[in-house]
Design a protein around this ligand. Structure first.
Ligand code: GAF
Length: 392
């Protein structure tokens, strides 16, 4: 926590360079990185075409490598938690032989992005991936990997530079090769994140507005519960289906177009689970637009209140929280100087995000440690830049 983000980035780059030397010898021609993210508010709204308000983190996935001749690519990973084998070889895709998913799981993100890359012909390459985004911690380790791979490929075979299309291609990779029907938030902010700003993303138009967060007296504390419940795999797609069902019953193309009044009018046609899911989404979309406006004014108390409302709604209506996240949020908001706290990301474990006065950070961490039975990890953080090319 005491290390600066620049130091942490150079650690990951050094690790990638060492692994490259071990695996392939020499120095790579290209180095890039792409950040993980934390979402301040607007949860499970992206696939309902609503608003989200994430920011890019100083935690990144780095990819270093070089072009090679022929058709065969070779990529190794040093990322903690990646399944075996840590090195894969595969041929560039062709129309008759596309890259398909398989094992190891970490390589599916890589192969998915190669398959969905938007410019041709791609040369073969050898590369190493390293990351300090905690895997499965709800800080978008997957999106940061996808966006790092895409950014790397751009250096080998430039595309048209359309950043939104880049995010969409990475989202497609996650759908087809990781089997996760995610929304656009994580890939979008990993590509377009802006230092010192959160991004208010309209997930319908795919427009984003940067909201400044440069008050030195206010910080973001991320607390990783270090738990991941196995429900995640099936629950996310099922939530998505419930939302689609609710929208169809309300006669809307998405819940973005629905109001609480529409929901009340149709209450008799909805089972209680579908009603609660839709209620969360409709209110969360409204809360997120309001939160961005409040943040712009520096009204942190109001912002904090909206964060807590969001958490309660995710816990009670959307049912994606878990006891560990609830304890972390309750503990955080007990501390003087904390504006608000909530779970962040898909849920069922992972992290909470807390907005607080900088001077309250130490006592908040101490208090959470006393109240939480598990082994939390803390990051005090500020908004960072999206994917970028590094010098080698
Ligand atoms: C995951 C998904 F990948 C995002 O698209 C988003 O839906 C989020 O869960 C919940 O807000 O991170």
């Amino acid at each position: 926590m005491s290390r600066s983000s620049a130091e942490r980035l150079s650690d990951v780059v050094a690790e990638a360079l060492r692994a490259y030397q071990d695996s392939f010898e020499g120095r790579p021609a290209v180095a890039v990185c792409a950040p993980g993210r934390v979402n301040l508010i607007g949860e499970h709204t992206d696939y309902n075409q609503g608003f989200v308000l994430p920011m890019a983190l100083p935690l990144v996935t780095v990819m270093v490598g070089s072009k090679t001749s022929g058709q065969s690519c070779s990529v190794a990973t040093t990322a903690e938690g990646a399944d075996d084998p840590k090195k894969v070889d595969f041929d560039l895709p062709t129309d008759s032989a596309p890259l398909t998913k398989g094992e190891p799981a970490w390589a599916n993100y890589l192969k998915g992005v190669v398959q969905h890359y938007r410019a041709h012909p791609l040369p073969a390459f050898k590369a190493v991936i390293a990351s300090n985004v905690p895997l499965g911690g709800g800080l978008s380790s997957s999106a940061s990997l996808e966006v790092a791979v895409y950014t790397f490929l751009q250096q080998l075979c430039p595309d048209d530079g359309d950043k939104v299309a880049k995010a969409v291609a990475c989202q497609q990779a996650e759908h087809t090769h990781a089997g996760m029907p995610c929304g656009i938030m994580d890939q979008f902010v990993s590509v377009l994140g802006k230092e010192g700003h959160a991004l208010l993303i309209d997930c319908r138009s795919l427009d984003a507005t940067a909201v400044p967060m440069a008050d030195p007296g206010v910080v973001i504390l991320i607390t990783n519960s270090n738990v991941r419940h196995s429900l995640t795999g099936s629950e996310y797609p099922s939530r998505r289906k419930q939302c689609e069902k609710a929208a169809a019953i309300l006669g809307k193309s998405s819940l973005r177009d629905a109001t609480v009044q529409d929901l009340e009018d149709a209450k008799e046609k909805l089972d209680s689970t579908t009603y609660r899911r839709a209620r969360h989404v409709i209110e969360e979309i409204k809360r997120t637009a309001q939160a961005a406006e409040v943040l712009r004014r520096g009204a942190y108390q109001e912002f904090g209140k909206l964060m807590v409302e969001s958490h309660n709604s995710l816990r009670d209506l959307y049912e994606v929280s878990c006891p560990e996240l609830d304890v972390l949020v309750t503990a955080a908001v007990e501390v003087d100087g904390v504006f608000g706290s909530r779970m962040t990301g898909g849920g069922f474990g992972g992290c909470t995000v807390t907005l607080l006065q900088a001077e309250a950070a130490e006592r908040t961490i101490k208090h959470i440690k006393e109240r939480y039975r598990g082994c939390p990890t803390f990051y005090i953080t500020t908004p960072s830049e999206g994917a970028r090319v590094l010098s080698v």
